[in-house]
Design a protein around this ligand. Structure first.
Ligand SMILES: NC(=O)c1ccc[n+]([C@@H]2O[C@H](COP(=O)([O-])OP(=O)(O)OC[C@H]3O[C@@H](n4cnc5c(N)ncnc54)[C@H](OP(=O)(O)O)[C@@H]3O)[C@@H](O)[C@H]2O)c1
Length: 291
């Protein structure tokens, strides 16, 4: 039995589907078990799981050989909420944890992912650390509305390039590490095959969508003010500001060959992602009127 936490999230849902395609037994865990069953159907076992409710741990971990672990973005106190789940998994006999971490985490000790990796290492549980770069799907989720309704990308990344990755590639590597042997005690830095500036992203989106999407290149202050006006929680705005500043400084463009090496095929390109997700940015009748 393989367990996927965050099964309704961007990456977790794709891991569940990748494991389903492999025909292996999957237990999918998230806060809303009914929504899991509705989404994935009867071939997946749905369990309620909440990092804030330790009583949900034992039923989720029972009989599990390997698990996909993710840290929900809203959880920053990983010592309080994530470490106990790792300890419970180990007690229940889970033999390998595939953790959704972050690229560069080995040099960035303030992020929660680093603390989680260190805890997994300290308890001696076999691990696979997936360390992905910035998700392409941030553009179809977090930045969806500004692209769909205002035809713009409004992030303070300057002219810096980012080695975007499609979450489907992260999930394919995660499913591989869970369903096949040979990935214990490995850390994989996962990126797409190219680094793109946000101007290039806007150009590719424009070509795919058949309308002009403009990269506004705001400074940090304008970005912060815009996010405040939109009612984005300050903590999330600050995380985004840090991520886009890293890109602006030219530190987010590193490309690795790990996806190609592990999956035996090139990573999904940004253009392919844009085609596959183009429905996300189609103006609705209401938003079209608002423009
Ligand atoms: N975005 C990026 O570019 C990027 C890059 C590298 C690494 N990462 C890391 O990837 C992770 C996010 O992955 P994702 O995008 O797949 O996440 P996501 O889409 O935000 O999914 C998180 C899932 O966890 C659920 N959840 C929330 N609180 C929970 C709790 N207390 N217990 C159990 N489940 C809970 C959420 O349910 P609700 O929706 O009901 O809250 C949701 O289904 C983060 O750790 C992030 O730092 C992100």
């Amino acid at each position: 039995m393989l367990l996927v936490t965050g099964a309704l999230g961007n990456v977790g849902a794709e891991v569940v589907m990748a494991l389903q395609r492999r025909g292996v037994a999957v237990r999918a865990a998230d806060v809303n078990a009914a929504a899991i069953q509705q989404r994935f159907g009867p071939t997946v076992e749905a369990v309620p799981f909440d990092f804030a409710q330790p009583e949900t741990f034992a039923p989720a971990f029972a009989g599990v050989e390997r698990m996909f672990l993710m840290r929900p973005p809203a959880i920053s106190d990983v010592k309080r909420f994530i470490f106990p789940a790792i300890d419970a998994a180990q007690r229940a006999g889970v033999q390998q944890v595939v953790f959704l971490s972050l690229i560069g985490v080995e040099k960035n000790h303030i992020v929660p992912h680093y603390k989680v990796e260190q805890h997994i290492l300290s308890v001696g549980m076999p691990y696979t650390f997936l360390r992905p770069s910035f998700f392409m799907q941030n553009l179809s989720t977090t930045h969806r509305a500004e692209i769909r309704d205002r035809n713009e990308i409004f992030v303070p990344a300057g002219r810096g390039a980012t080695s975007f990755i499609d979450v489907r590639d992260i999930a394919a590597v995660g499913a591989l590490a869970m369903a096949e042997n040979g990935h214990a005690n490995q850390a994989y830095a996962l990126t797409g095959s190219e680094a793109l500036t946000y101007s290039q992203v806007a150009t590719q989106l424009s070509e795919v969508l058949g309308r002009t999407i403009t990269y506004r290149k705001p400074g940090l202050l304008r970005f912060l003010l815009r996010q405040r006006a939109q009612g984005t929680p300050l903590a999330f705005t600050l995380v985004m500001a840090g991520i886009y500043t890293t890109a602006r400084l030219g530190l987010a463009g590193g490309v690795t060959a790990e996806v190609q090496r592990l999956l035996g095929r090139p990573p999904i390109t940004f253009r392919q992602f844009a085609k596959d997700f183009q429905a996300s940015w189609q103006p609705t009748t209401r938003s079209a009127l608002a423009v």
